[in-house]
Design a protein around this ligand. Structure first.
Ligand code: GLN
Length: 305
């Protein structure tokens, strides 16, 4: 397996040149565009890796499925569905959902920013510090790493360059879709995006989703199987934003990308995969990372279709 991963990874490295590191948040622009790494965690606990798989980066949008899980655990599926819908948006992650679609909960998807901001407000806790702490603890448990924390520099950068997210949050508030104080909710969202991970952590998180809510190796249950099904279904249709259709064709498994260059892929019942490749395509997805997953999917017959 290691040999296969090394070979595929080296073949995919040049693809990074077709992409660019995200620079709409200054701190993200410091990312290494040449980096590429992969880590696989099988449901039985077998690990394989290649490349820059222990380099740290921020989780960014890959926190959205974890936000969704925490919201589901705290409120149940029925309530969550009444606040954020499940239909694909076919739009970029930061799209302002207004105009051709009415702004109501059914048109807000949890895998794009508007939905993620609403989900921060659904997490239970006395204040937003406690809510974020609970989200961080779920992330640490799923990743199998207690030391996971926030990248302070990225958090500050997100916060001071967050005008678009502020616009989205105020739009939600003005439509009665967000009850709490906008700045408090956004602070939780910015911190959530700035959680520091590596490919190993993403593979571990993906393995819990592929294992229907149980930790690999120990088999300890973290959330009900029905919640894994809920999250994986949404990842399949919306996890790669407006690139989800093409990703379904090329790779064929539920996955979530982030502008930090990460991709977490879930191969139901088989494995979780963590990818790091910060050079992004125009939709904000890792160029070399998608190519690597496409080739791996062909070699190991991973597509669920
Ligand atoms: N921090 C990012 C934002 O909200 C997360 C988006 C992403 O990874 N696509 O702007």
């Amino acid at each position: 397996m290691e040999e296969l991963l090394e070979r595929l990874l080296e073949g995919c490295r040049p693809a990074a040149r077709q992409g660019r590191v995200a620079d709409y948040i200054p701190e993200l622009a410091k990312g290494d565009s040449e980096a590429l790494g992969i880590y696989i965690m099988s449901s039985e606990g077998k690990r394989s890796w290649a490349g820059d798989c222990r380099k740290a980066f921020t989780i960014q949008s890959i926190v959205k499925p974890i936000l969704l899980l925490q919201a589901l655990l705290d409120n149940g599926a029925e309530y969550v569905m009444s606040r954020v819908g499940v239909e694909a948006t076919g739009k970029p992650f930061d799209a302002i959902n207004a105009g051709e679609q009415s702004l109501d909960s059914g048109n807000i998807n949890p895998m794009v920013n508007m939905g993620a901001i609403v989900m921060c407000s659904l997490i239970h806790g006395r204040d937003y510090d406690e809510r974020f702490q609970r989200l961080l603890e779920l992330t640490q448990r799923m990743a199998g790493e207690e030391e996971i924390g926030v990248d302070e520099a990225v958090y500050q950068s997100e916060k001071s360059h967050g005008s678009k997210n502020r616009a989205l949050a105020y739009l939600l508030k003005s439509h009665g879709l967000l009850e709490d104080d906008v700045e408090a909710v956004l602070d939780c969202y910015f911190r959530a995006c700035s959680i520091r991970v590596d490919c190993r952590a993403l593979a571990h998180i993906g393995a819990v989703l592929s294992n229907r809510g149980r930790l690999p190796v120990s088999n300890e249950r973290i959330f009900p199987a029905a919640m894994a099904q809920y999250v994986n279904a949404i990842l399949m249709t919306c996890g790669m934003y407006d690139g989800s259709g093409e990703f379904a064709l090329r790779v064929g498994v539920p996955a979530k990308s982030g502008v930090g260059g990460g991709i977490m892929a879930v191969v139901p019942t088989r494995m979780g995969i963590g990818i790091f490749g910060p050079a992004l395509d125009r939709k904000g997805n890792s160029v070399a990372g998608i190519q690597l997953l496409e080739q791996l999917s062909k070699e190991l017959h991973l597509s669920i279709f």
